[in-house]
Design a protein. Structure first.
Length: 150
């Protein structure tokens, strides 16, 4: 018989993957990462966030501050160590994301990640105040988790 507590399912917004890839983030994000209770949390990432992180890496390349070895190690850490579980997009996620876009939230990456959470019973760990405001104003189920809630 298992004595494991109820597991909360948390999809990390791209900001919370960046430190692993060697990309600088706000102190608020770093503090949150250190406070995640791994005993009662299942942590997810999405290929959508990996794509967005790759765009950041390209920008760093152009600026001359890309750290290829750190980024590579971080990417392998995210995708191969088992700390994170991959959460794949489904057709319904894309359709919901487009509805959010039509309703006024123009960040398709966030729309897609949020739709994935809604459709997979996950919380969405993010610092995106615009998305939180959009969700509240449109009466959408609020699955946003602020870092302070960890």
């Amino acid at each position: 018989m298992s004595t494991r507590k109820h597991t909360q399912r948390i999809l990390h917004d791209t900001s919370f993957l960046r430190p692993t890839l060697g990309i600088q983030v706000e102190e608020r994000v770093m503090n949150a990462i250190g406070s995640i209770n791994l005993e009662d949390s299942e942590i997810f990432y999405s290929d959508v966030s990996l794509l967005e992180s790759s765009w950041i890496a390209i920008k760093q390349m152009k600026q001359g501050n890309y750290q290829a070895n750190t980024f590579r190690k971080g990417m392998l850490s995210i995708t191969r160590t088992g700390y994170y579980t991959a959460l794949s997009t489904r057709g319904e996620d894309h359709l919901d994301a487009l509805v959010f876009y039509q309703e006024g939230h123009k960040d398709m990456i966030d729309n897609l990640l949020y739709a994935m959470c809604l459709n997979n019973n996950c919380r969405f760990l993010t610092i995106d105040d615009d998305l939180k405001r959009f969700v509240k104003e449109h009466g959408i189920d609020d699955v946003i988790m602020a870092p302070e809630e960890l």
